[in-house]
Design a protein around this ligand. Structure first.
Ligand SMILES: [Mn+2]
Length: 336
């Protein structure tokens, strides 16, 4: 049974989030981490997810290079030293679900790029934890507090992508009339299945063993309850659309629910996922710090990392501000 929660009781962690295919930012953060690691100033590098999917053109999208880099660094320094949490931009690839935002189709480009790396990259994505809890009382996640998570802590802790995929494979294998499933797909999506499978999942044709995977994806996305929980949790919009009071209630209930079995009561949460319009971080409230390391910072060069001592108790999010740092000092000097 997988455990999607990582509990840390010691060491300093360098936290980086939402690189979204920005290869230059990735190189800067890794270089900086190597210096901190060598000098003993940090023992862990933690990515809060959304390593993949650039908002720009294909030339600027280094998503696959970044994933390869993270996997290599993890192999070099050890799985306890390099930790990556699952983001909402990684999750769709585990299932073959497509992700579209306005005009931007995020997933097809990455599916085409995967090539020979497909199996190793997807196995890595399937292995990723969702949350870090610390003895400092600081919790880390990609998208932050979500009311949808509160009743489903155990579902999330034991989340098994492989079981969901296997159940759907079994349903399709045992279907009396598989053609009905394909017809249903084409009715819902208004396009020939073969064309969609080629476009969204880089499937070569009906002889490709991955040919049914888009069908499997739509089956899971339409009908799996655990999938829906994880999707809602990873795509949550936090305080947007809520009153300040209402959101504080959710954060407190969320932290309390996730404190069961944690190394200490979790009192503060750090997440990425949403743009910080005035720089590279934002105090959402007393209990929630939003971090932007590149793509979600405004401007990008205002991106920050956070150094977190996992053992030293933290009671409020503003206590973390002195531990924010930048790897874009050269840019900032040029701007000054
Ligand atoms: Mn995100």
């Amino acid at each position: 049974m997988p455990d999607r929660f990582v509990d840390l009781t010691q060491g300093v962690a360098m936290i980086v989030t939402d690189l979204h295919g920005d290869g230059d930012a990735f190189d800067r953060y890794v270089t900086h981490f190597r210096q901190l690691y060598a000098s003993g100033a940090a023992q862990r590098l933690i990515f809060l997810g959304d390593l993949v999917h650039s908002y720009g053109g294909p030339r600027h999208d280094h998503s696959l290079d970044i994933l390869r880099g993270v996997m290599a660094l993890r192999a070099e320094l050890g799985p306890d030293t390099v930790i990556t949490l699952l983001g909402n931009h990684e999750m769709p690839h585990i299932y073959g679900v497509s992700l579209v935002k306005g005009e931007i189709e995020f997933t097809p480009r990455f599916e085409r790029a995967l090539g020979a790396d497909r199996d190793s990259v997807l196995a890595f994505l399937r292995s990723l934890p969702f949350y870090v809890r610390t003895a400092a009382g600081v919790m880390l996640s990609h998208a932050g507090p979500a009311s949808e998570a509160i009743p489903h802590v155990e579902t999330l802790r034991c989340f098994d992508h492989g079981a969901l995929l296997a159940q759907a494979d079994m349903a399709l294998a045992q279907a009396d009339d598989l053609a009905l499933y394909y017809e249903h797909y084409e009715k819902v999506h208004g396009a020939p299945y073969a064309d969609d499978a080629r476009h969204y999942l880089a499937v070569s044709g009906p002889a490709d063993p991955r040919y049914p995977h888009l069908l499997r994806a739509s089956l899971i996305a339409e009908q799996s309850k655990p999938f829906a929980v994880l999707w809602d949790v990873l795509f949550t919009q936090n305080e947007l659309g809520l009153t300040e009071y209402g959101y504080v209630q959710i954060v407190q209930q969320f932290l309390e629910a996730f404190s069961a079995g944690a190394p200490a009561p979790q009192r503060v949460i750090v997440s990425g996922h949403i743009v910080t319009p005035l720089g590279g971080y934002m105090l959402v409230n007393r209990y929630h710090l939003r971090l932007s390391s590149a793509a979600h910072a405004r401007p990008r060069e205002a991106g920050h990392y956070l150094l977190l001592d996992c053992a030293k108790p933290v009671r409020a999010a503003n206590e973390l501000l002195p531990a924010l740092g930048t790897v874009f000092a050269d840019h900032l000097e040029a701007l000054a």
